[in-house]
Design a protein around this ligand. Structure first.
Ligand SMILES: Cc1ncc(COP(=O)(O)O)c(C=O)c1O
Length: 444
């Protein structure tokens, strides 16, 4: 946020505002967390940043954008048999609120995730972030409706919930992600307090920020628990495809009772500049006037009042990328997956080389988790790793990481998140050296 200097309230004139008169989310530190890291990055441009969970850039190519568009237009004219004027209209005009690439997304889900989704249950959104906001907005009838989320959680969930005026109720984290027993306990507590648990937000694969993944038995326990408690599971899965060759089934693939709303993003498997995501909401809803609709129909009504429809041009880009790879995003991302796996192992090996094996580090008191994929590793340190320490690390040692306290309702002060997706091997080597120097200087 740009502040030009302290402006005394007394100096305000008629049309000026106070922050306190704006939506409460705007005064919440959670909405500042991205700004904090961006600012540190800008102030210390020489620092090596383990903060950003952005996709690697080495395969970006402007030519691909043209070729994706051509491929998608060719598909409309060929496989779909649309005349030229309809192809033009589809790209240039306002479009269907649920989107125009639901059929291709359904093919991708079948191939990559073993999920069979009716395209009618898919809403294409402006990034996954819009999907999160719209589904929370739909589920919040009044102030009694709450959403559970594991503590620590993704800031995008917390921000979207704030904008939807929905309370996020924290659930304890186990070593592999959400603690299912605590979820049941928290549901009972919330109900006793007169609240209505509606959903639980989870990232079962290589979670942001914790890097952990739920085991298959835990996934089944979670589905059973959600069914028993009558809550939906909001499954967010931007990192699942970046594994070591052994994929675990998504909750949606295991879901036999339509308990799961699946939140998809093409920010990592496509490219974030397209701003295309989607959700699958195949839950049936008894309409007030009689008849049965899909939750997707209601979510799309909300979307129609937020962004009207997702840009057909950027949908065409993602559609073209899907078509060029037979709708298989695992195939489309082979090179990227190799980069992320290489970086993951380099960071894990580099930490072990500098601090000993995790948990066994004599003298340093450091430990870290060992994910099999994704973009993130969490390091636990024997000192306070807060914003001030992050600033010190950038200033004195030329290395940036994310304080985990940004992701906790309360706590996380001795943890930091290392994101390695965007770094070269040389940067990782130098960055870990700087991290080790910082740890040494703080521990002395
Ligand atoms: C957990 C999680 N969900 C979703 C996203 C991506 O959202 P979008 O598709 O809006 O870029 C991210 C990206 O950082 C993420 O970490």
């Amino acid at each position: 946020m740009t502040i030009t200097g302290p402006v005394p309230e007394a100096g305000l004139t008629g049309a000026d505002l106070t922050e306190a008169s704006l939506h409460a989310s705007l005064s919440d530190p959670a909405l500042e967390s991205m700004n904090f890291l961006n600012e540190i990055g800008m102030r210390y441009p020489e620092a090596i940043s383990f903060a950003s969970g952005r996709p690697c850039e080495e395969f970006f190519d402007v030519g691909l954008i043209h070729s994706y568009l051509d491929t998608y237009c060719g598909y409309l004219a060929g496989e779909r048999g649309l005349p030229a004027d309809q192809v033009r209209r589809l790209l240039f005009q306002y479009g269907r609120t649920k989107g125009i690439i639901g059929d291709l997304i359904a093919r991708h889900l079948e191939l990559d995730e073993d999920i069979s989704a009716d395209p009618e249950s898919i809403v294409v959104t402006v990034g996954c972030q819009e999907a999160v906001f719209c589904v929370l907005r739909a589920l919040r009838r009044d102030s009694r409706d709450i959403v559970f989320a594991v503590d620590p959680s993704y800031v995008g969930l917390m921000g979207a919930a704030m904008l939807a005026d929905m309370q996020v109720w924290p659930v304890r984290s186990g070593p592999d992600g959400i603690d299912v027993h605590d979820l049941a306990a928290q549901a009972a507590r919330a109900r006793a307090a007169g609240l209505r648990p509606r959903a639980c937000y989870v990232i079962p694969d290589f979670a942001n920020p914790a890097g952990v993944s739920l085991t298959v038995p835990q996934r089944r326990l979670l589905l059973d628990c959600a069914a028993r408690e009558g809550i939906l599971l909001l499954e967010d899965n931007p990192y699942g495809l970046f594994h070591d060759g052994e994929a675990l089934p998504t909750l949606k693939a295991l879901d036999t009772t339509r308990q799961v709303v699946y939140l998809g993003s093409f920010a990592k498997t496509g490219f974030p500049g397209a701003r295309v995501g989607y959700l699958i909401a195949d839950q049936r809803v008894a309409a007030q006037g009689g008849g049965i609709c899909l939750l997707a129909d209601y979510v799309s009504k909300i979307k129609s009042m937020v962004t009207v429809n997702t840009s057909p041009v950027t949908q065409a880009l993602i559609g073209g990328k899907l078509l060029q790879h037979g709708c298989c995003l695992a195939a489309a991302n082979q090179r990227e997956t190799q980069v992320y796996q290489r970086n993951l192992h380099q960071v894990l090996d580099g930490l072990a080389a500098r601090f000993g094996e995790p948990g066994a580090a004599v003298g340093t008191g450091l430990s870290w988790n060992t994910p099999r994929g994704g973009f993130f590793i969490v390091v636990t340190v024997p000192f306070t790793a807060d914003d001030a320490m992050c600033e010190y690390a950038a200033r004195e040692h030329g290395v940036i990481w994310t304080p985990m306290s940004h992701f906790y309702a309360n706590g996380g002060l001795s943890q930091l998140r290392l994101a390695f997706s965007q770094l070269t091997p040389e940067q990782i080597e130098t960055g870990l050296g700087r991290l080790a120097a910082m740890v040494k200087s703080v521990s002395q």
